[in-house]
Design a protein around this ligand. Structure first.
Ligand code: FCB
Length: 467
């Protein structure tokens, strides 16, 4: 099969690869790191597939030089990684842990020595367990703790890091963490989960203030926005689609980009959205200007009206908004069961700029697919489906840019196979294959394809510089 055409981008467009601390680092008890909610959750029987934990993961903590060499060979401009809060500030309070921040200090220097621009995510879900014991994101204090921790990181790395992402996918942290319990800390709640969503936003805003004060270069947040389409034109399905949109997108984008809470929140959660967790002035903190909006995108959502799981509104979790996702048998599905529909990413980008004309530049901070990879006899993974997935989604981004959308960069998820949360090690998202028994890394065909893309992008830059 011939590889799909390479999409073309403006010369300044940035190509990168992304990972997250708990998914790759391992070394969970080294150099003073204390447990996070993901250590606790993954060690609790029945929470992750096969009882998988991030204890070793890709052993990146010890192999980061090799991994940076892979990034350099890939030719990416930028690498997005996250700092583990319980490494930097064990227990979530008090001074910086020199050994913990030391790891990121070395990583940043290694990246820069290879000409790769570091992009740091401050929270990719590894909340220190002690803070969860004190209520976690249900509690307002956690937002203040997050801002304090963010300051420790920016004070140490801010001189060399270009791009700062406060939170990764607060939707997952709030709703998978506190509403349906699929993620750490595994709680199933109503109003407290909505409080968690609010405190995550507040934590973002308070962290932005700290980052600005410390002179951070570019500051933003990463959301996993859904591209929502109603299953039919019926009033019921359209109302359901609005509830899904509120739950997934508006709860974040309205306070961040429009300075208000979503009008549709009562229609979505009823009495659960009682606002008891909000204070005057919060919206101003949350809505502080950001330099970019990060979007993680994987799959679209066609939404229909459906009965609530729990008939008694007061007993519902915040996940139970009376909607159902319609199956899409006409589309290919990844091993996650996610339908593949590249043009939907283009639609999402267009929808964001339509709803928020003053939206700051967008970065696609994650996009990728889990496939049933097999290492062939030639020692190579011929992941044709992943190449097609990436090519299709990148083409959708390129098309939006050609139509005038301000999208500045794209990070593939993920540099390498890793701990896929509740799915453990079964789902492989990497463009580099990881053998978890030997820790051998093998670039897949998708890595080779992306390498050609970064080379083409560099060539385009060279041409522009000469012109
Ligand atoms: C996103 C997460 C990332 C990874 C991908 C597949 O929700 O941010 O860590 O798990 O999905």
């Amino acid at each position: 099969m011939t590889a799909p055409d390479l999409p073309t981008f403006p010369p300044g467009f940035v190509l990168g690869a992304a990972t997250a601390s708990y998914q790759i680092e391992g070394a969970v008890a080294e150099d003073g790191r204390t447990p996070s909610i993901w250590d606790t959750f993954s060690r609790t029987p029945g929470r992750t597939l096969g009882g998988a934990t991030g204890d070793v993961a890709c052993d990146h903590y010890h192999r980061y030089r090799e991994d940076v060499a892979l990034l350099a060979d890939l030719g990416v401009d930028s690498y997005r990684f996250s700092t583990a809060w319980p490494r930097v500030q064990p227990g979530g309070r008090g001074p910086v842990n020199p050994a913990g921040i030391g790891f990121y200090d070395r990583l940043v220097d290694e990246l820069l020595s290879r000409g790769i621009d570091p992009a740091v995510t401050l929270y990719h879900w590894d909340l220190p367990q002690e803070l969860e014991d004190a209520g976690g994101w249900r509690e307002r204090d956690t937002a203040h703790r997050f801002a304090e921790y963010s300051r420790l990181v920016v004070d140490a790395l801010g001189d060399r890091v270009t791009r700062w992402i406060t939170l990764n996918e607060p939707w997952c942290a709030a709703f998978l963490g506190y509403a349906n319990g699929h993620h750490a800390p595994g709680a199933q709640e109503g109003t407290p989960a909505l409080a968690a969503a609010h405190h995550l936003l507040l934590g973002h805003g308070l962290a932005v203030a700290q980052l600005r004060e410390a002179g951070a270069r570019e500051v933003g947040i990463t959301l996993n926005l859904d591209q929502v389409t109603p299953a039919s034109d019926s009033e019921a399905d359209r109302a359901a689609a609005l509830r899904a949109l509120t739950h997934h997108n508006l709860v974040w984008t309205e306070p961040l980009l429009a300075g208000r809470y979503p009008e549709s929140e009562r229609a979505t959660w009823g009495e659960l959205a009682d606002g008891s967790y909000r204070r005057d002035g919060d919206l101003e903190v949350i809505g502080a200007p950001i330099d970019f909006l990060g979007i993680n995108y994987y799959t679209p959502a066609v939404v229909a009206d459906a009965p609530h799981d729990e008939p008694d509104p007061a007993k519902r979790t915040a996940m139970d908004v009376g909607t159902r996702q319609v199956e899409r048998p006409e589309l290919r599905h990844t091993t996650m069961g996610w339908p593949v529909d590249p043009p939907s990413l283009g639609r999402l980008i267009a929808e964001v700029f339509e709803r928020y004309p003053d939206c700051p530049p967008v970065w696609i901070t994650e996009n990728g697919s889990a496939e049933a990879d097999v290492v062939g006899e030639d020692g190579v993974v011929h992941d044709t489906d992943r190449v097609e997935y990436l090519a299709g989604h990148l083409a959708a981004v390129a098309e939006q840019i050609a139509e005038g959308a301000d999208v500045r960069g794209y990070y593939v998820w993920s540099l390498m196979d890793n701990f896929e949360w509740a799915f453990g090690y079964d789902q492989r998202f990497g463009i580099v294959h990881v053998d978890y028994d030997t820790q051998v890394r093998t670039p897949k065909d998708s890595y080779r394809w992306f390498q050609r893309l970064t080379a083409a992008q560099r060539a385009a830059r060279g041409r522009e510089a000469q012109a």
